[in-house]
Design a protein around this ligand. Sequence first.
Ligand code: 13P
Ligand code: SF4
Length: 350
Amino acid sequence: SDPDLVARATAAKAALGDRVFVLGHHYQRDEVIQFADVTGDSFKLAQQAAARPDAEFILFCGVHFMAESADILTTPDQKVILPDLAAGCSMADMAVLGQVETAWERFEDLGITGEIVPVTYMNSSADIKGFVGRNKGVVCTSSNAKRALDWSFEQGSKVFFLPDQHLGRNTAVLEMGFDLDDCVLYDPHKPGGGLTDDQLRNARMILWRGHCSVHGRFTLESVREVRERVPGVNVLVHPECRHEVVRAADYVGSTEYIIKALDAAEPGSSWAVGTELNLVRRMALAHPDKQIMFLDRAVCYCSTMNRIDLPHLVWALEELVAGRVPNQITVDPDTAHHARVALDQMLALP
Ligand code: 13P
Ligand code: SF4
């Protein structure tokens, strides 16, 4: 990275001292992650944001839904900053509050809302988390989805899972022993979600038709190809991958899990990793004694995570030094209140 920008970021961060706390998601670029006080998966970063009430500014190097969650979990005096407002998440954008309310009305008309617990993946807007909190549900991340579903099935007999169909299906089928037929797919672009009344009445998991376009690029063919090319390879994937890919993999888990698995791997072992490329490349560089490769021949970064680059980070830090607050992320108090109920429920999962 540009040495001049590195020097400017270092100086600005030093000038701010403990007033700023920089959080970095594992998919961030190397040039950004070097300035993070803490790195983590979505769950760890949510916990960390809540654990620093003395920091005036939380500089979030990640995407918009993570910064919103940080704003909800921090004190009213703390300011959360996202260095580039265009750092969104295409999966989170696939569930809009109006669409979700339309679905819920359909369930109400059928008389089944009393049995349904709404669960939203962290990768969703604060509006969606607020909806889930209002309806006595819970937020989950890729590191606690099974615990969130276990809790939900103690509260009701059905789960309405937003917005990642793959995390919902993979957790229910591969970790909880559900049948694929227990899951139905609610498509917000089709009348009635594209489901019959009977399908909704019989389903245990109503999955929202959302997905991650980065993880959606890994296919069963990617797994077959690498197993042929690299004998003995371990296939390690994120649960946002398609069901058939996760089923064919050897290990599945959040970004934090992936890092721990690779740190603990035997020297000389081979690993094909199905997640975002910044992370896979960083792990390959950190472990030259292990063969760590990307699960597909195609190269895929998360384009929105990548929007946070060193120039944006320098700009945000220097604005703070100058006494201005750039790109503050705020959630309106009513939404924040209900979203917090659903987030606190997640943080309290056994
Ligand atoms: P993790 O919680 O596993 O870091 O995942 C976040 C994410 O956006 C993955 O695409
Ligand atoms: Fe969203 Fe996928 Fe990027 Fe994660 S990798 S932030 S789910 S688009």
